[in-house]
Design a protein around this ligand. Structure first.
Ligand code: NA7
Length: 552
């Protein structure tokens, strides 16, 4: 690029969430920190929202918090940052996570790299100039050698596919674009549709202010107690005095949090020992709770049943109305094979006199009127409808970029029959395009901030390598991509994820191809593979347009 060309930059990044902010830092800091210019990229970020935060900017619904512990769900790249920032709770609420992201943006002076309120609406590969031509919602265009998506995995809300929704004239709000105050629901009859993580977090708080809450549940989920609490000073001190080592442990773990190592299987112990272990795990909670108590719980349906039934009994023990309890018992999928939920007083909420439950499997919604949800059995009057129906995960945000690749095809057409990527970060036919922690990376089964850091570092190293080699084109080969898809499929095949419908495999969106959108072999193993590939000079990636992988 030339100095007087302000519309062309080395790197354009989409999104100013955890991914885009760290990318901005990683690709610009060495210039200032070392003065050697080794990472001196010209860089432009575009963010659709008015400020930083991404998913944590938009999801402001009551009760929103991360269910990965904050001491892990935070950046590890800067020792001083992690020493100086103190989390107030085990699971920080959304507002605190957003404060943290703002703190990081200010601390490292990252906002200046981004243009806000500006969406990337399309991007087309220009093979002659080896640049991405990027269209913006402002009507302007920009050009970049590299285009990197930090658009996230759970950022595009699923279409509001509820029959008759547009007939409803009362208050309508979705958890993922929450734009009201909880008090706006005070004294109202509220219908909540959806009982995934978002609904599970929001419902107990809505029930505290609403006159009545009717929960419309399609698939009951396993909700374990979050056991959130204030973080005591001595815990914070212990973590901080050992933070570097804890982070290193997370980097080499299965899920980006310290491993809870279990080697025995559910039937290796007798019934009473198993029950004791599950009780202990239930107290511990989190992703290393009941679902992680035995090594074969995600591999063997009979083993899993012992854990699933343990939770069923907990639900029956909490919910006093037997019929309601039975509707809440998750019987359509094994524990952990869909994303587990962690709640605070979730099942207890159904004991309130102002909360009732409707099972959409027994009485589907047929339509809505101006003030009523009409199922096959009843009409439920409501002043407000809260949609907590989830996201068009991973591919939604990527397809929203309207990418046109080297062959002139759109990404959504290239992936029509299934997602295919190399390492979840690149895809053949889309040269010089990268996805931070994209589909088929470990992102969905991990502490995603840790996955994002690994992905950003690997992509940055790769384009630095390309620059060192004077290459202007970086492209995954079809062979490398096929191999990676096969690896992700072989890894997931023996698990219960493979046989369970979930957003993990696109089943929540009508017409979406069925691909498992993660690599479940573990964060540590994936990191080692990626590092090894870099060390070997990037086999599977063609530089400067070489047609096949370099066999180094
Ligand atoms: P989820 O987990 O996808 O949950 C969405 C919920 O909404 C789930 O209970 C769905 O039932 C239900 N749903 C979806 N569409 C409809 C329609 N059309 N009618 C009725 N019910 C519907 O999204 P969340 O936002 O809660 O959580 C997403 C992730 O964020 C979560 O996994 C964490 O990683 C953080 P279904 O199960 O499809 O029958």
């Amino acid at each position: 690029t030339t100095d007087d060309d302000t519309t062309t930059v080395d790197v354009i990044v989409v999104g100013a969430g955890f991914s885009g902010l760290y990318l901005a830092h990683r690709l610009t800091r060495a210039n200032e920190a070392t003065g050697d210019g080794s990472a001196n990229w010209s860089f432009a970020g575009f963010e659709a929202g008015p400020s930083v935060g991404g998913t944590w900017f938009w999801n402001t619904y009551p009760g929103a918090r991360c269910d990965v512990e904050s001491i892990y769900y935070s950046y590890s790249f800067d020792e001083q940052l992690q020493q100086e920032w103190t989390w107030s709770q085990r699971f920080a609420p959304q507002a605190e996570i957003l404060r943290y992201i703002n703190h990081v943006a200010d601390r490292f002076d990252l906002r200046r790299h981004f243009t806000f309120n500006t969406r990337v609406t399309a991007a087309t590969w220009n093979a002659d100039d080896r640049l991405w031509e990027v269209s913006l919602s402002t009507g302007e265009t920009r050009r970049a050698r590299y285009l990197i998506s930090g658009a996230g995995g759970l950022s595009t809300p699923k279409d509001f596919d509820v029959p008759g929704l547009t007939n409803f004239t009362g208050l309508r709000v979705s958890t993922s674009r929450w734009n009201i105050d909880l008090n706006d629901l005070t004294g109202k009859r509220v219908a909540v549709i959806g009982t995934g993580s978002s609904g599970v977090q929001a419902i107990p708080l809505i029930a505290e202010v609403a006159e009545h809450v009717t929960v419309f549940q399609r698939t009951p989920n396993y909700v374990m107690p979050a056991r959130n609490s204030a973080l005591p000073d001595d815990t914070v001190d212990a973590v901080k005095s050992n933070y570097a080592a804890i982070r290193e442990e997370c980097r080499h773990s299965l899920g980006g949090i310290p491993d809870y190592v279990v080697t025995d299987n559910a039937f290796d112990v007798d019934d009473s020992e198993r029950a004791r272990r599950y009780e202990e795990a239930y107290e511990r909670s989190g992703f290393n709770g009941v679902g992680g108590e035995f090594a074969d719980l995600l591999l063997d349906i009979d083993a899993n049943r012992t854990a699933s039934e343990f939770i069923h009994e907990k639900i029956r023990g909490i919910v006093t109305d037997a019929a309601t309890a039975e509707l809440l018992v998750p019987k359509y999928h094994p524990l952990g094979a869909k994303r587990s939920c962690f709640g605070t007083d979730y099942y207890e909420t159904f004991n309130r006199p102002n909360v009732s439950l409707v099972s959409l499997r027994d009485e589907p919604i047929e339509t809505m009127t101006d003030d009523c949800i009409v199922t096959s059995e009843h009409a439920y009057y409501a002043d407000a409808v809260v949609l907590a129906i989830g996201f068009d995960a991973f591919t939604g945000p990527l397809y929203g970029l309207n990418l046109t690749g080297a062959s002139g095809r759109k990404l959504q057409d290239t992936w029509h029959d299934g997602v295919h990527t190399y390492l979840g970060m690149m895809t053949a036919d889309f040269p010089n395009f990268f996805m931070v922690a994209g589909p088929q990376s470990p992102a969905l089964a991990s502490n995603v901030v840790m996955s994002i850091e690994q992905s950003v570092d690997w992509i940055a190293d790769l384009i630095e390598h390309a620059r060192d080699e004077r290459a202007t084109l970086v492209q995954a080969t079809v062979e490398a991509e096929d191999d990676w898809v096969a690896i992700t499929e072989e890894t997931v095949a023996p698990t219960l994820y493979a046989t369970t419908d979930s957003w993990y495999r696109g089943s929540n969106v009508t017409g979406k191809a069925n691909t498992f959108m993660g690599y479940v072999g573990g964060v540590g193993k994936y990191r080692r593979m990626c590092t090894e590939i870099a060390k070997r000079g990037y086999p599977g990636i063609a530089f400067d347009g070489e047609a096949t992988a370099r066999n180094l």
